[in-house]
Design a protein around this ligand. Structure first.
Ligand code: ADP
Ligand code: MG
Length: 237
């Protein structure tokens, strides 16, 4: 059974704009899936619906066997989300932010887990720093740590390396590989073909609110090559 099933999902915003037009997609356990598409394609809308943050206009989503609309609490436990927009509490320390986040799921404290997460993100030396004193890159690391605090089965990374320094990009790639080694499923969105190529097992291309193709990365690159993939992504709707 796939860990995520998305069936015929649509979203029309209050403005009347149709951001998703009947998207269906299955994500297998343990894979790294890249949702690749230009700005405005509907990537964040899709991720936010799958995570239960945005209500769809139609269709159905299950995460780890739980319907996201009908059984949100159970589905939410399986999900870690690093949103595109950075939001953190300025006054809190790194350690508290990440361990409180775990507490919100009703899990018992596990300092050893939190320490491993902070170390894997080069945040250990910053554990006592308040978030407002950190750089943008460091804040993003904290958001990733927060998303991993409750040991989710699926991690969503929305545009993880947009505007990020080279060091964090390398760390992110390593982290994603490590997570896969631990059996975590990773879904990331990106508008960088190189990023999808670097990290993904499978790539889905989305434009204009529709998924136009889903392929194993190697097959996609062999069939289309990078140039034609860029053309497909950018062709007028
Ligand atoms: P992406 O993440 O691929 O850049 P988004 O999912 O953020 O795309 O947005 C898809 C489209 O939906 C864009 O045209 C965007 O302007 C529109 N959109 C996103 N959020 C809203 C909203 N709250 N109200 C109206 N339109 C929106
Ligand atoms: Mg987006």
């Amino acid at each position: 059974m796939p860990i995520i099933s998305i069936a015929n999902l649509s979203k029309t915003y209050a403005s009347g704009f149709s951001a998703l037009k009947g998207v269906s997609l299955s994500i297998e356990r343990g894979e790294i899936f890249a949702l690749l598409g230009p700005n405005g394609a509907g990537k964040s809308t899709l991720i936010n619906i799958v995570c239960g943050i945005v209500t769809p206009s139609g269709g159905r989503v299950t995460v780890d066997g739980h319907d996201i609309a009908g059984d949100y609490r159970a589905a939410r436990k399986a999900i870690g989300l690093v949103p595109q927009e950075l939001t953190t509490d300025a006054f809190e320390t790194v350690w508290n932010t990440v361990s409180f986040s775990r507490g919100l799921f009703g899990l018992k404290p596990d300092p050893g887990h939190i320490e491993r997460v902070l170390r894997s993100l080069s945040l250990w030396d910053k554990r006592s720093s308040r978030l407002m004193t950190l750089s943008g890159g460091m804040k993003r690391r904290v958001l990733i740590a927060k998303a991993l605090s409750h040991e989710p089965r699926v991690l969503f990374l929305d545009e993880p390396t947009a505007g990020v320094d080279v060091e964090l990009r390398q760390d992110m790639w390593q982290l994603v590989r490590d997570l896969r080694g631990q059996g975590v499923t990773v879904i990331l969105t990106t508008h960088y073909i190189e990023e999808a190529e670097e990290m993904a097992d499978r790539i889905g291309v989305i434009r204009g609110g529709e998924i136009i193709l889903v392929e194993e990365k190697a097959a996609l690159m062999n069939q289309l090559g990078r140039k034609r993939l860029i053309l497909q992504m950018q062709a007028p709707l």
